[in-house]
Design a protein around this ligand. Structure first.
Ligand SMILES: Nc1nc2c(ncn2[C@@H]2O[C@H](COP(=O)(O)OP(=O)(O)OP(=O)(O)O)[C@@H](O)[C@H]2O)c(=O)[nH]1
Ligand SMILES: [Mg+2]
Length: 454
């Protein structure tokens, strides 16, 4: 995960709050000190760090605890809200046909991010072309061509052409009917008049829907100055912070950019083409803190309540949990991710159980659920009720009947066993069960958290 050490310190602080029997001034002061240390280590600006932590301290000491909360949750809520302030406001972003110009200094990750964006749009079903407007750097043409082919996007460039405007003009004309056009422009060592002119010219030529500035997270707070300078000369619509995976300074980059008012649209979390995320401050922070995703949780809890009757959770854990039950629950929720969302929402209580379930298990996509359904459809009723009997030739028969491999059938059985163990765990733990039920009713969640994001 990105910002590992910041995440760890903040999580430790929250754990400490959760474990303490009393929330008093001393605890608040210690937590505030810990936060200061963690934020400064992550390169967050000193005065911003002090501003945030002073507010935490003041609010924690002065604000009365609301009736529907308790001192511990209230302190956590204050920390969450104050940290959220430093990540800025999310910008609404719709995935739709668009012309996107990427700008930035040398080596910030423009070309790589162009590929990631292309892949992102292709996944959404759009036809994408990448236009090689970096006519300055040797090898830029080949690099973008290679990136395009690796993500399955079209590529346009004029080999050896020095005039980027010409390339862009011809590319835009030739790929007029393409849904998404991404223009990879050339960098410079610093923002100078030649760069500003080149970008302004292309801007005037194509009138892009988005001008996205790419910033390398490892430059830390300096990202803020760059964002400001680019914004003054070319009017950027959003920022893509790349390489957040490889630096402890990410907190500095994120907070400094956010403080300029330029919205952070995406973050790059690795060298591979799928290592990109849409940036939502609330979601990012919740994940960083290991709190589960409050926003998603609120939505998921509502859905869950709608789909399952009040005691369904209890029924699920009390009755016999066979493949049939698992199928029904999945069928009812019809969203494989929901289970993880709900589970993630129980940060502290479920720690022990969570370690049994790695991310891979939860990474079940729609595809996996569909696959499992098809496989289960090839089982007899007896097999669904007695999954332990599915062995040897039965596995082969089910695989044949479903059109999948025996390894897929075995994978399903393995996942079933893990869910079953987890359910058994919940069953044996009344405290967790009642907490889960409470969470779904929203009782334990600060009510206004759902509105903090968008
Ligand atoms: N770990 C990591 N590496 C990244 C990420 N994004 C880009 N890189 C790496 O950063 C280096 C520079 O990336 P480019 O995409 O070539 O940067 P650029 O801005 O196009 O560079 P110029 O065209 O030379 O100005 C490459 O080695 C990329 O693999 C990221 O999110 N994580
Ligand atoms: Mg490049």
């Amino acid at each position: 995960m990105v910002l590992d050490s910041l995440a760890k310190s903040l999580r430790d602080a929250l754990k400490r709050i959760n474990k303490s029997s009393l929330v008093d001034d001393r605890l608040v002061e210690e937590i505030v000190k810990e936060m200061q240390r963690a934020l400064l280590m992550a390169d967050v600006d000193v005065s911003l760090t002090l501003e945030i932590t002073n507010r935490v301290e003041k609010r924690a000491k002065e604000e009365p605890v609301p009736k529907n909360s308790n001192p511990r949750n209230h302190l956590i809520k204050i920390i969450y809200e104050e940290l959220l302030r430093i990540l800025g406001k999310p910008r609404e972003f719709h995935v739709k046909p668009a012309t996107i110009m990427l700008v930035g200094l040398y080596g910030q990750g423009k070309t790589t991010s162009a590929g990631k964006l292309a892949k992102f749009y292709i996944k959404h079903g759009y036809k994408v072309v990448l236009i090689a407007a970096d006519t300055q750097r040797l090898g830029a043409y080949e690099q973008l061509e290679q990136v395009s082919s690796s993500v399955g996007a079209s590529f346009f460039g004029i080999y050896g052409e020095k005039d980027s405007r010409k390339v862009v003009r011809e590319g835009m004309e030739k790929y007029r009917d393409w849904d998404v056009k991404i223009i990879d422009t050339s960098g410079r060592n610093a923002i100078d008049s030649s760069l500003t002119k080149e970008i302004s010219d292309i801007n005037a030529l194509v009138k892009p829907d988005e001008v996205v500035l790419i910033l390398d997270a490892s430059i830390g707070q300096a990202a803020g100055k760059q964002a400001k300078a680019f914004n003054e000369s070319v009017n950027i619509t959003g920022v893509f912070i790349s390489k957040l995976d490889g630096t402890a300074k990410g907190g500095g980059a994120l907070s400094a950019v956010a403080s300029t008012g330029a919205p952070i649209l995406f973050i790059g979390t690795g060298e591979h083409m799928e290592d990109m995320e849409y940036f939502n401050p609330a979601r990012f922070l919740s994940r960083l803190l290991g709190m589960g995703d409050f926003e998603t949780l609120m939505a998921a809890a509502k859905e869950f309540q709608k789909e399952l009757d009040e005691d369904a959770m209890e029924k699920m854990v009390q009755g016999k949990f066979t493949l049939k039950e698992m199928y029904d629950v999945w069928e009812q929720m019809n969203k494989p991710g929901l289970f993880k969302k709900l589970f993630d929402s129980l940060p502290m209580a479920s720690g022990g159980m969570k370690k049994d379930l790695d991310d891979k298990f939860f990474d079940e996509s729609e595809g996996k659920l569909k696959k499992y359904k098809v496989i289960m459809d090839s089982m007899t009723y007896h097999e669904m009720e007695n999954p332990d009997e599915i062995k040897g030739s039965r596995v082969e028969r089910i695989a044949m009947g479903s059109g999948y491999n025996t390894s897929d059938v075995k994978e399903l059985l393995k996942d079933y066993k893990r869910v079953k163990d987890m359910v058994k765990n919940i069953k044996g733990n009344r405290k967790i069960l009642s907490m889960m039920k409470k969470q779904f009713k929203g009782g334990n969640l600060p009510e206004d958290l759902g509105n903090l994001g968008q």
